[in-house]
Write a protein that binds this ligand. Structure first.
Ligand SMILES: [Ca+2]
Ligand SMILES: [Ca+2]
Ligand SMILES: [Ca+2]
Length: 459
């Protein structure tokens, strides 16, 4: 959140943590593009004016032991030539003929996988050439099947675009008052709401505000159910989301977050049943100012050793990311945020600790007053809940933040690991960076290796 409660929580450094989004609704973009090619026994041949086509085909047919037929004239003036068998070298010979202008293979083209979800066209962050992650090019190869992504965040809410892709998680919030579910840790990670009825509730400078449903938004970017004719699409729509609830009213304790990291990655935490479906990827769209503490690093290192890739938001302070955890911890993939044009979003952290960039959007311009939504269509559209305090019905909304950028990378990591399951976290990180494309806009301060590219990552 961008409100003052964010600043307050940051001031108490590592003990409390806040989410890294800035509340923000939807606009059009385009989707379809041509796809991969398949060979056929057909050729598109443009003969030179006056050339004896039949003679060319007869001679080459004899030479290659194939029967060549002149099927029809094409709109371009070229002819469609059909061979009765796949003859190696035939195309080259056609092209080399002094009576042929050009000869090219006829190929089968397929539309790239584009989801039918009605709000998909508003998700510019998946497909727009400038600031999108090139999602459609990846979805023909993999949709993330077999990979669990843990969302260490505010927990889950029931949602038609998420329920089918959600596996059992856990509620790690030890404080019953912050958890708002009447107890400490328990097996139900439902997000009970993180609203603040009055200013100052979470310390000096904290403001009143509605519930964010932050974990629901992050989860939707990673793995919203696609092609169900409902709502939005996700980056890895066949991956599963596992909610480890750590953020409640006023944020979350590091001690709860580190336990969630251990558990999500398959490690054991006293008093908590073993995780039946450990995550290959962890997303942490949360953070605070200050160094990476030993406790934090130790939990992350253990997760990475267990083979879990840890993706984190770099922070929303428009500052060097080296001063913000967990982006400044070792062995994490720290993500900066770009706007729709591919420039560094005005709030995004930057610098040498940032590994990679992803779309996080801007629902207002840098010069607009905080809390306004002058450009809601330029934010990241995902799943949400309609409740202002406690959970109500499902909803969709655009948010902006490095919180929204990180789950794009976590989703692409899931696609990558689904396609190449044997990758270590270091290999997965290297692959994400190596296949990122140059930052489309401007980020002189350093936004990492480039803009994450889903299609390039899985090809
Ligand atoms: Ca609880
Ligand atoms: Ca609970
Ligand atoms: Ca959907």
């Amino acid at each position: 959140m961008e409100r003052k409660r964010c600043a307050a929580a940051l001031a108490v450094a590592a003990t409390a943590v806040v989410t890294l989004s800035q509340p923000a609704t939807a606009a059009p973009s385009d989707a379809a593009a041509p796809g991969a090619a398949e060979v056929t026994n057909q050729y598109i041949v443009k003969f030179k004016d006056g050339a004896d086509r039949a003679d060319v085909l007869r001679r080459l047919g004899t030479r290659f032991g194939a029967r060549l037929s002149d099927a029809r004239q094409l709109g371009t003036g070229a002819r469609l030539i059909r061979a009765d068998r796949n003859a190696a070298g035939l195309l080259q010979a056609l092209a080399a003929s002094d009576r042929v202008e050009y000869a090219e293979p006829d190929v089968m083209l397929h539309a790239l996988s584009v989801p039918n979800d009605p709000e998909y066209p508003a998700q510019w962050h998946y497909s727009e050439p400038a600031g999108g992650i090139n999602g459609p090019g990846a979805w023909d190869v993999t949709k993330g099947s077999g990979v669990v992504v843990a969302v260490i965040d505010t927990g889950r809410t029931a949602h038609p675009d998420l329920d089918a892709n959600t596996v059992a998680g856990y509620d790690f919030i030890s404080s019953a008052s912050n958890a708002r579910d009447g107890n400490g840790r328990d097996s139900n990670p439902q997000d009970e709401g993180d609203w603040n009825a009055t200013a100052g509730e979470c310390g000096p400078g904290s403001e009143a505000g509605d519930s964010s449903w932050h974990g629901t938004h992050v989860a939707g970017t990673i793995a919203a159910v696609s092609d169900n004719g409902v709502g939005v699409a996700g980056v890895a729509p066949q991956a599963k989301v596992q909610h480890a609830r750590v953020l409640g009213k006023c944020g979350g304790a590091l001690s709860d977050i580190t336990d969630a990291i251990v558990w999500a990655s398959g490690g054991s935490v006293s008093g908590v049943p073993a995780n039946a479906t450990p995550a290959r990827v962890i997303n942490m769209s949360l953070g605070g100012s200050g160094r990476c503490t030993r406790a934090y690093q130790s939990a992350i290192t253990a997760a990475v050793r267990r083979g879990t890739t840890v993706v984190v938001a770099s922070g929303n302070s428009n500052a060097d990311g080296s001063g913000y955890n967990p982006g400044n911890c070792n062995n994490v993939v720290s993500v900066s945020s770009l706007n729709r044009a591919g420039n560094r979003a005005f709030y995004s952290n930057f610098g040498s600790t940032v590994d990679i960039a992803a779309p996080g959007g801007e629902v207002r311009r840098a010069t607009d007053a905080p809390g306004t939504r002058t450009t809601p269509q330029d934010g990241v559209l995902s799943t949400l809940n309609a409740g202002t305090t406690t959970p109500a019905g499902p909803a969709y909304k655009t948010y902006m933040g490095t919180s929204m950028a990180a789950p794009h990378v976590a989703g692409v990591a899931a696609l990558l690991l689904s396609h190449t399951p044997g990758l270590t976290p270091a290999q997965a990180e290297a692959a994400l960076k190596d296949t990122a494309r140059p930052i489309p806009g401007s980020c002189p301060e350093g936004c990492g290796a480039g803009l994450v590219d889903a299609a390039a990552a899985v090809r």
